[in-house]
Write a protein that binds this ligand. Structure first.
Ligand code: HEC
Length: 117
């Protein structure tokens, strides 16, 4: 098993380094992005210009961020209380993780965004 570790580390570095599409992020947003790649990307497309989520029922983060009425507050409340549906998503996020995630997601907002579908 020992020899698998370097591979895993390399894969991790590649995963973190590759989607460098994100423009300059604040440290907080960067932390959120890293967290999202680790914990949300199995289902959600978390990057910028991502067209399709791995789990078709999960909206891309970019789409979520650009939805009308979505603000720091609505996202924070959602992540704090409610992200337990579908069941596979049962997890508890601490305040620091939520803060980073929300900061990152808000960097995906842009005027004139059109949903991919
Ligand atoms: C197991 C798959 C899965 C994982 C992991 C997952 N999600 Fe989701 N998420 C979904 C699905 C499916 C929906 C759509 C649920 C619905 O519309 O009822 C959703 C919805 C959302 C929404 C609401 C979108 C809206 O339209 O209001 C947010 C915000 C969100 N997810 C954030 C996250 C974050 C942040 C993480 C990581 C910490 C995460 N999700 C991890 C599957 C997942």
């Amino acid at each position: 098993m020992k020899h698998l570790l370097p591979l895993a580390v390399m894969a991790l570095i590649a995963a973190v380094a590759a989607p460098a599409k994100a423009p300059h992020l604040s440290p907080k947003a960067q932390r959120g992005f890293t967290f999202a790649q680790a914990h949300c990307a199995v289902c959600h497309a978390v990057g910028r210009d991502a067209q399709q989520s791995p789990e078709p029922g999960a909206p891309p983060f970019e789409l979520i961020a650009n939805k009308r009425g979505v603000t720091r507050t609505t996202l924070t409340v959602f992540l704090r209380d409610a992200h337990n549906y579908p069941e596979a998503m049962q997890f508890k996020l601490d305040r620091r993780a939520i803060d980073g995630l929300v900061s990152y997601m808000l960097t995906l907002r842009r005027p004139g965004y059109h949903p991919p579908i």
